[in-house]
Ligand binder design. Sequence first.
Ligand SMILES: Nc1ncnc2c1ncn2[C@@H]1O[C@H](COP(=O)(O)OP(=O)(O)OP(=O)(O)O)[C@@H](O)[C@H]1O
Ligand SMILES: [Mg+2]
Length: 254
Amino acid sequence: MIEFQQVTKKYGNNTALDRLDLQIKTGEIFGFLGHNGAGKSTTIKSLVSVIEPTSGKIIVDGKELSANRLEIKKRIGYVPDTPDLFLQLSAGEYWDLIAAAYELPTDKKKERLEELAGLFDMLSHQEEAIGSFSHGMRQKAVLIGALLPDPDIWVLDEPMTGLDPQAAYDLKEMMKRHAARGNTVIFSTHVLDTAQQLCDELAILKKGELIYNGNTDDLLAQSPGESLEAIYLKMAGRQSDGNTLARLEGEAHE
Ligand SMILES: Nc1ncnc2c1ncn2[C@@H]1O[C@H](COP(=O)(O)OP(=O)(O)OP(=O)(O)O)[C@@H](O)[C@H]1O
Ligand SMILES: [Mg+2]
């Protein structure tokens, strides 16, 4: 179980996250939704120790994150919101670096790489620089690196962005399997169909505030016959969107 207790993150006067209270159960797929700038990546980066909250506590299986960072970090596989990292390294060198940091035995590394890089069609690109990769290939390289040490907690910030349909499908199946084995999968997405398909529980953020947290099925049951997209837009979207769109259309025809 992962708990956020009154977690606040401020950047100067901007409150990116406002007293977030949240519980994420082990064995679940948990999704973060919200418009651009809502605070999804801020929440995720706080959990993976990339940033430190201004106040509040994050507790992982009863242990406070700030007092147990190294131990908890080793349990987490993190895919950041941008895959543009270590561009000078080859994919193989990047994976070696991660394997060394996690003290992964050579045979285990080989086995995991064959499985993951094989699945994502990246084995033949091991010698190539990450900087020469397309966006989707970089995303795959980062994903393979994050999952290489076989962490029990997956924290994936918009992981499907740029992936081809096959890779996106494979990743979704992997997420389901990982959670079904009693592990935790946390991710953010703008693709509401994906959220509807995958998430046991959802958190919807709006301007740093949690506006919904609960079971995906319960949320859908509140508005029978409506898609998650329709429900989400009612909760997080603009009130007067029709007017704005009509005005823009009018201007375009002038
Ligand atoms: N390094 C930073 N310095 C200053 N402000 C930041 C920084 N990172 C994020 N913010 C601010 O924090 C708020 C939340 O940003 P965050 O990246 O968490 O949003 P998000 O929900 O992940 O959005 P997106 O869907 O665009 O990825 C925004 O107002 C953003 O401007
Ligand atoms: Mg983000």
